[in-house]
Ligand binder design. Structure first.
Ligand code: SAH
Ligand code: SF4
Length: 349
């Protein structure tokens, strides 16, 4: 099997080519082709000698993912792609989503960090699959490179990356952070750290660790309930990291990074969308440098949960606004093709 180039850091590539007896500038040339020009075939790396191109082709692949299906929605502005992971036969599958916003020049890719997820949130399609495996850094980065290659002929680029697809990024911490660093590299793909968002269900040790990284990424925390009784039910990991511990870790994160944290709150009809719950949320978040992103629940087949009606969403939002807590409503991109938040699900081939 070929090694995946996106799984190598620049230092790893330099070491490999050094072992092959090549001068240091060769690694820089390969990196430039892969991450600046987004070339997916070593034979097109025209400033490399033929024998080196052949050796690279025999050793590495530039894209470890095989796209097997694509669907579009929202007037073709949203694209969901299903990828087969290695090994191709009987391997796991994941999905990633490109959301284009031409009016504001934004192209966001939502990537998966795991095939399946062990957390099992009550409202999430990925959670219903159970955990299959962690993705490697290269498999995470390659989802972004895939869409970047599609945008390039239109002279467009990926401007934002959100780790909000399948899986819990902080339960696959090293690969998630390595993927971000790989794409952040100013001598390569060069996406600014502030253009990445990590969404976590609330893995407290991961939040503490992230606070110590020298990386200005955005953090989003999936809250979904203002009290432990309800959160235990909706987000089972709350039994391990209850709200007081989670919010203490978030407070620490803000103190150390001085960065505003987003709390995600999926509104489920009759479950967590009451005005009493909105007031309880206000009490929890008061004084935190935070922002609340309300997500009308995306329906998941087989789950008996419904999105809150529009007037209930408005009333909930109003309570937060009256308390001067910054709040926005997430758009429901991709919901019609099961590409919305929490709708990604991909079974083994
Ligand atoms: N595991 C991480 C990131 C992936 S889920 C996390 O849980 O944060 C990305 C976001 O989609 C999370 O905020 C999650 O709670 C939310 N989500 C899950 N299922 C959803 C659904 N059916 N409707 C709306 N949002 C959902
Ligand atoms: Fe996992 Fe996030 Fe889905 Fe919960 S919402 S099951 S943590 S992917």
């Amino acid at each position: 099997m070929l090694f995946s180039l996106p799984d190598l850091s620049f230092v790893d590539l330099e070491a490999t080519l050094g072992d092959w007896g090549l001068p240091a500038y060769r690694a820089r040339q390969v990196w430039d082709w892969a991450y600046v020009h987004l070339i997916d075939d070593f034979q097109q790396m025209s400033n490399l000698p033929g024998p080196l191109r052949d050796r690279l082709t025999a050793t590495f692949c530039l894209d470890p993912l095989t796209p097997v299906a694509t669907e579009t929605a929202d007037g073709r502005l949203t694209t969901k792609t299903l990828f087969a992971l290695p090994p191709l036969e009987g391997g796991d599958r994941i999905e990633a989503v490109l959301m284009r916003y031409p009016a504001i020049g934004r192209n966001t890719v939502c990537v998966s960090t795991q095939a399946g997820c062990a957390v099992g949130c009550a409202f999430c399609a990925t959670g219903q699959m159970g955990f299959r495996r962690n993705l490697s850094a290269g498999e995470i980065a390659a989802q972004v490179l895939h869409f970047a290659r599609q945008l390039k002929p239109r002279e467009q680029a990926v401007t934002h990356v959100v780790l909000m697809g399948m899986g819990e990024p902080l339960s696959n911490y090293d690969a998630s952070l390595a993927a971000i660093r790989r794409l952040h590299d100013p001598a390569g793909f060069n996406l600014g750290a502030r253009h990445f968002t990590i969404s976590t269900v609330g893995v407290v040790p991961g939040i503490r660790r992230l606070a110590g990284e020298d990386l200005q990424v955005n953090l989003a925390v999936s809250l979904h309930a203002p009290d432990d009784t309800l959160r235990d039910e909706l987000v089972p990991i709350n039994r391990r990291y209850p709200l007081a511990d989670l919010l203490a870790a978030v407070r620490e994160y803000i103190d150390r990074t001085h960065r505003r944290v987003t709390f995600e709150y999926a509104l489920v009809a009759g479950v967590n969308d009451g005005e009493t719950q909105a007031r309880a949320l206000v009490a929890r978040l008061r004084g935190l440098l935070a922002h609340v992103n309300l997500i009308p629940l995306n329906p998941v087949p087989g789950l008996d949960l419904r999105p809150s009606p529009a007037e209930q969403v408005r009333a909930f939002q109003q309570v937060l606004e009256d308390a001067h807590i910054p709040v926005t409503l997430r758009d429901s991109r991709g919901a019609s093709i099961q590409a919305g938040c929490g709708q990604l699900q991909a079974q083994t081939s």
